[in-house]
Design a protein around this ligand. Structure first.
Ligand SMILES: [Zn+2]
Length: 278
């Protein structure tokens, strides 16, 4: 499949970029994009420009997350480093150099069974559209707190609305169903159809990201995604500390692979804690 596919319709506004397979093993992205392409072919009513970006073909061919390192951390890294992902990031940057992007949707899946969630920027337009998606958890992603050199970090100044989706497991059939619903919602949105707000949605805002380099780190119990934790509850321990917060929080993503990551790096993220937005 081509890494860039442009559907340029009569009215090339708004320009929507849909990104898939940033991580090569997230194969549900492929099935969803095939669905999108088939929906586009069937439709006579789409009037706006859509670009699909197949981000990491080489990693996908060998069913690995990446070749040299995570593409979603490669967008501001030095050019002289030799890495497939850095050269991909540069190729993507170059391609979009002179293209005005209005909306960007970034499709992901996770390695463990977790509730599907939306990560979106704190722009009103992103939050408003997120509220119509058939997904329960919406996470307001504060890009300035997150230090990653991600695709979003690079493109954020150019875009009016951004959203990433993390859905269930890479190879799970139910993930594909969620993706199809997401794509249908994106298509309806662009047709200016009235889409009802999702009444079951929970909006959550980031408040803390925990990082550690302490190999003695451990969670006090096996936390689940989106687990509600009481104030003062001890969440983890390291060398000398038992950690808790003054307020109740939601643990969105406990890092389940922390031990092996600690051996590889000098600092890893442990968990994201968030507050509910009322
Ligand atoms: Zn991913």
């Amino acid at each position: 499949m081509q890494w860039i596919k442009i559907f340029d319709f009569s009215n090339p506004w708004p320009t929507t970029v849909i990104v898939w397979l940033v991580h090569g093993d997230e194969i549900v992205g492929k099935k969803s994009i095939q669905y999108l392409h088939s929906q586009i072919k069937k439709s006579s009513w789409i009037r706006w420009k859509i670009i699909t970006l197949y981000a990491n073909p080489k990693a996908h061919k060998i069913d690995k997350r990446f070749i040299d390192h995570d593409l979603n951390r490669a967008f501001d890294l030095a050019h002289y480093l030799e890495s497939y992902e850095i050269s991909r990031a540069n190729q993507i940057k170059k391609f979009f150099q002179n293209i005005d992007i209005d909306y960007m949707f970034d499709l992901h899946s996770t390695s463990s069974k977790s509730d599907p969630m939306i990560l979106c920027t704190s722009q009103k337009s992103s939050l408003k559209f997120a509220s119509k998606m058939p997904i329960k958890h919406v996470i307001q992603w504060l890009i300035d707190i997150v230090e990653w050199t991600s695709l979003l970090r690079y493109f954020q100044k150019k875009i009016k609305l951004w959203m990433a989706f993390e859905c269930w497991c890479h190879k799970d059939q139910s993930t594909i169903q969620v993706w199809k619903q997401i794509i249908d919602t994106i298509l309806s949105f662009h047709q200016a159809e009235k889409i009802k707000k999702n009444p079951d949605q929970i909006k959550i805002q980031i408040t803390d990201i925990v990082l550690t380099s302490d190999p003695k780190f451990k969670f006090t119990k096996a936390y689940k995604w989106f687990e509600k934790l009481k104030k003062w509850e001890i969440r983890w321990m390291d060398k000398s500390w038992k950690h808790s917060f003054k307020k109740s929080k939601i643990l969105v993503m406990p890092n389940l692979a922390i031990k092996s990551e600690l051996e590889k790096k000098d600092k890893v993220w442990v968990a994201y804690f968030w507050d509910i937005i009322k």
